[in-house]
Design a protein around this ligand. Structure first.
Ligand code: GDP
Ligand code: MN
Length: 383
């Protein structure tokens, strides 16, 4: 789960990372007041969880408190759109922060390198722009430092990496301290990403985090109550947010064939089969074991919230989950929701015969195998 910039900065500050002063608000008058506290020289930053925020017009520098307030008024309620997020996100809060004089911009992050099963610190002198761009155009400008799982990082290793990244001498010691804070913050908060871009070097030679991004591993959220509360509100996708509220394992994908199955493995296979049949899956959805009719209905409802859906594939292997319960859920959903798209159901295993019998008098297309179901739903959806 991604944290907002202000939450990320609060977290990093606890681990000794220098961050600019500032407060978050949704009230323009309050924004003016905060800006006055900093003598009017502030940066107003939309608190939206999307990449390319600055380029989307969500970050602006001011030298007058009144103007900072006026910009806040303009920004609240506005939808920002970027290349990374073409749907965009509506601004609900802004961070009014002390404006830093920036001489140079660097990049720092900590994430998990799954290939070697270790944390990796990424350091680059090329800050400010997206790291993907640096990786593509100037890969040698990114220095990677792996963290030993037993020993952690020794100071000399960090110093060496910082030097290899060509961070100027006057900033090296501060950078080493910042990296140690970053790794500590990552581990303590069960993060899956901590990123500072840019790390700003002021003309006076002070290093400070001008931006911050932290993402917390959702499986560990229960250990971090303060973030758990904001979970739904901060989800990027409204359907995923609704799924989280309903306790349904749902991931939105860019396609148009809705998919419901039981068991993560079976759902993954269903996605593959639909792709193989020439379709584009619109989601991953696992109804879970022992799903009752009302839960199945809630799942169908969820998938249909995606306005681009052209067909729905339901793939159930009955075990603990009974086929007839699933069929009842599908019927309930179709009766209560106005379903205009073709629905293909493949039900196998416990209660399959009873389930298929229930679906027979309806418009639902039956299928004997997963492959057949995938082919039928693709044919019907794109007809
Ligand atoms: P992002 O677009 O979401 O990554 O937003 P950032 O917070 O990184 O801001 C984008 C850019 O605005 C940064 O790379 C900086 O160049 C600039 N910026 C942000 N905060 C400040 C600040 O306090 N002072 C100055 N001079 N520039 C800033
Ligand atoms: Mn940034």
């Amino acid at each position: 789960m991604k944290l907002h910039e202000y939450q990320s900065k609060d977290l990093l500050a606890k681990y000794g990372v220098p961050v600019p002063g500032g407060r978050v608000t949704s009230d323009p008058a309050e924004a003016t007041k905060i800006a006055e506290e900093f003598g009017g020289k502030v940066v107003v930053k939309a608190q939206v969880l999307m990449g390319g925020r600055g380029k989307a017009g969500g970050v602006k520098l001011f030298s007058s408190a009144a103007e900072a307030g006026a910009f806040t008024k303009e920004l609240i309620g506005k939808r920002l759109v970027s290349i990374q997020n073409p749907t965009g996100m509506v601004v609900e809060q802004v961070l009014v922060a002390e404006q830093i004089d920036i001489a140079e911009e660097y990049y720092l992050s900590v994430l998990l390198d799954r290939a070697v099963q270790k944390l990796v610190v990424m350091i680059s002198k090329e800050g400010g722009m997206e790291i993907e761009e640096v990786a593509a155009t100037k890969p040698e400008a990114i220095v990677r430092l792996h963290v030993d799982n037993a020993w952690g990082l020794a100071d000399f290793e960090i110093r060496d990496a910082v030097q290899r990244a060509h961070i100027p001498a006057k900033a090296q010691r501060q950078m080493v301290t910042m990296i140690k804070g970053l790794v500590q913050a990552y581990i303590a908060s069960d993060a899956d990403l901590v990123e500072i871009n840019p790390v700003a070097l002021t003309p006076e030679g002070k290093l400070i985090a001008a931006d911050a991004k932290v993402s917390i591993d959702e499986n560990a959220l229960y250990r971090h109550g303060e973030y758990e509360e904001t979970k739904d509100a901060s989800a990027e996708d409204p359907i995923e947010a609704e799924a989280a509220r309903r306790g349904i394992a749902y991931v939105r994908l860019p396609g148009d064939i809705g998919i419901i199955g039981n068991g993560a493995g079976l759902v993954m296979c269903s996605l593959d089969e639909v792709s193989k049949a020439g379709g584009k899956p619109a989601n991953f959805l696992d109804v879970g074991g022992g799903a009752q009719a009302d839960r199945v209905k809630a799942c169908v409802e969820l998938v249909l919230m995606d306005p681009g859906i052209k067909g729905l594939l339901i793939n159930i292997f009955g075990g603990i989950t009974r086929g007839d319960q699933v069929a009842m859920g599908i019927l309930q959903a179709l009766n209560e929701l106005d379903v205009k798209i073709p629905v293909v159901a493949r039900i196998e295993g416990t209660g399959a015969a009873e389930g298929l019998e229930l679906l027979k008098p309806t418009s639902i297309i039956g299928a004997a195998t997963m492959q057949e179901a995938a082919e039928k739903v693709v044919a019907a959806a794109y007809a």
